[in-house]
Design a protein. Structure first.
Length: 586
């Protein structure tokens, strides 16, 4: 439709989606399938958002890929689980909508495009599998790897992680777990051989395989191309446009150096992410984290949340994030600390040299313990993971492979802790507990007492202090050859300490929404025409995390919900919109 049809606007569409992550692209695909003209605008020069940088899991109990294997979770039990872990912070209506709509969303996508094939590989437990309604089988849904060459010219537009694995290295959903068992099982060694073969293929045949979040973002983009849904890159939304009644009717978008006023006849969906890298806002709401340690999309600066606030939207949970303990190397490179916290021969101490949590706990719980501890006046950010040389020789630690030294290997190998690690100050070494304590600035006697207590518990096979190893989730990356996969005494020195900082996968607070993803004001009234999904909205998970994929699952599910709600509304007649509020008023 030409601009002349709608005076005051340069472009007209039915649905305007702001952001091209999993939530935004799912909303666009859903709206387009309902017969609505749809446009996606993306601030960055690359599509995919934090989804493309993620592990790519999608937490959807009852997904078609589960049902095909005969596993049909009871929706009432799933609702019970979510209600338990969110502790009353999230309305029953939103939780119910997620439980009911997420499987519908996945079925819709599978039926829409051959690019969108989803798989379920049981065994990655929910993060609270022993809670009412929790599952030891888990509900994390994935996509298979894809050769990015199928994207054609769009391949260069896919957002990629700043620290890519060596060429040809990619992990499927179960590869990573087995890879961590490279010294414990033949299946782990088989994964290492598989990775070497993948590197060979990449060099000889030019494969450009990608898995996890890269594959998911690529597949959603391919589905959009299949449906001819336009995507404007390098086109940030600068403000929303509201009419005299406060309804959102469009937005101002910068494209090719000019401000374009876009009329959205049926609705605007904000899917622009959180405020991951806006340090001014983060300092205000998350003061315990003083540095930019976020793994989230570099373009996520809270633009959509602020724009929603300006048209009356309320916010919630701005002091929350999808926390993830990590290592920060001197060059600023961040590295997840995932399997290390489940290794048997390690424990984590605070500034008093004391343990403070089950080290293998879900990363949100671990992070909340760090924050609470920091607020108590004892240093917990950073804290230190303590281990020994035997453990270093047996388990994958910080990406180091416990195999003989291989010259020119793309990852650290060999039996010695890399000198660069020790020189960095991120890793400390001691020949006694007292020496290590001095290196990390904790009381020597206290660290010795902690180590001796941990070793005593490990020898008896149960962590009486923090119950590490009691949960099926704890065991996932543990050592399956041990009676308790998470416990083994630390043995002879040298001992090592790895500094743990508090990273995140993105902020998880944002615009307050109802069960239809509509943005709400402080008085619970609806900002008509405006929807928010993903990290631009306050998380349906509250302050918790149901299982792997509990960020992307809700983003995609509520992208689907928002678009379906828009499609189900009686369309308004195209008309001139008087008294526009916001930029370039006429």
């Amino acid at each position: 439709m030409s601009a002349a049809t709608e005076p005051g606007f340069d472009h007209v569409t039915d649905v305007l989606v702001i952001g091209s992550g999993g939530g935004g692209m799912t909303a666009a695909l859903t709206a387009d399938a309902a017969g609505l003209d749809t446009l996606v605008v993306e601030k960055s020069a690359q599509f995919g958002g934090s989804t493309a940088l993620s592990g790519g899991g999608i937490w959807v109990p009852g997904a078609p890929s589960q049902r095909r294997q005969g596993h049909v979770p009871d929706p009432d039990e799933v609702f019970r689980y979510l209600k338990e872990i969110t502790g009353g912070l999230v309305s029953d209506a939103r939780l119910r909508k997620y439980v009911d709509s997420a499987p519908e969303m996945m079925e819709f996508l599978e039926n829409l495009s051959p690019w969108l094939e989803f798989v379920w590989k049981p065994g990655y437990a929910d993060y609270y599998p022993e809670a009412p309604g929790g599952s030891a089988l888990g509900s994390t849904i994935n996509v298979e790897a894809i050769d990015l060459r199928v994207l054609g010219d769009e391949e260069q537009n896919l957002l990629t992680p700043p620290a890519l694995a060596p060429k040809g290295i990619w992990f499927g959903p179960k590869d990573l777990r087995l890879f961590y068992q490279v010294r414990q099982s033949w299946r782990g060694k088989a994964v290492l051989v598989k990775l070497i073969w993948r590197m060979f293929r990449a060099r000889v045949f030019g494969d450009r395989m990608a898995a996890i979040g890269q594959s998911l973002a690529a597949r959603l983009r391919l589905a959009m191309k299949q449906q001819n849904i336009p995507l404007w890159l390098s086109s940030p939304m600068t403000e929303l446009i509201a009419d005299a009644d406060g309804a959102v009717v469009g937005a101002v978008v910068e494209k090719d150096g000019r401000a374009i006023r876009i009329r959205a006849r049926r609705g605007v969906v904000i899917a622009s992410g959180g405020f991951d890298h806006d340090m001014q806002w983060r300092t205000e709401h998350l003061p315990e984290v003083e540095k930019d340690w976020s793994f989230g999309n570099p373009a996520a600066m809270g633009d959509g949340i602020r724009a929603g606030e300006k048209v009356g939207g309320a916010t919630e949970l701005l002091d929350e994030a999808w926390w993830f303990p990590a290592i920060c190397w001197p060059d600023g490179r961040l590295q997840f600390m995932l399997n290390e916290r489940m290794m048997p021969s390690q424990f984590v101490v605070n500034g008093n040299g004391e343990r403070f949590i089950n080290e293998a706990a879900p990363y949100m719980d671990f992070a909340h313990a760090m924050i609470d501890g920091q607020r108590s006046g004892v240093t917990h950010i950073p804290c230190w993971l303590i281990t020994d040389i035997r453990s270093f020789h047996r388990y994958v630690v910080a990406g180091h492979l416990p195999i003989p030294k291989i010259p020119f290997a793309p990852v650290p190998t060999g039996w010695k802790v890399p000198a660069a690690w020790l020189e960095s100050g991120v890793v400390k070494q001691g020949t006694s507990w007292e020496e290590l304590a001095e290196q990390i600035g904790v009381p020597g006697a206290r660290l010795r007492d902690t180590a001796e207590r941990f070793n005593e518990l490990a020898r008896q096979g149960h962590d009486d202090d923090f119950n590490r190893g009691d949960s099926a989730y704890d065991n996932y990356y543990g050592d399956p050859t041990l009676p308790n996969p998470n416990l083994h005494p630390l043995c002879k020195p040298p001992y090592y300490a790895f500094q743990i900082i508090l990273g995140d996968l993105g902020t998880s607070g944002g615009l307050r929404t109802d069960e239809h993803a509509r943005v709400l004001r402080a008085d619970d009234s609806v900002v008509n025409g405006l929807y928010a999904v993903g990290n631009a909205s306050a998380a349906v998970m509250g302050r918790s995390y149901a299982g792997a994929g509990a960020t992307i699952g809700p983003a995609m599910a509520f992208g689907y919900v928002a678009a379906r709600h828009i499609a189900d509304q009686t369309p308004s007649q195209p008309s001139i919109v008087p008294d526009l509020q916001g930029g370039n008023q006429r």
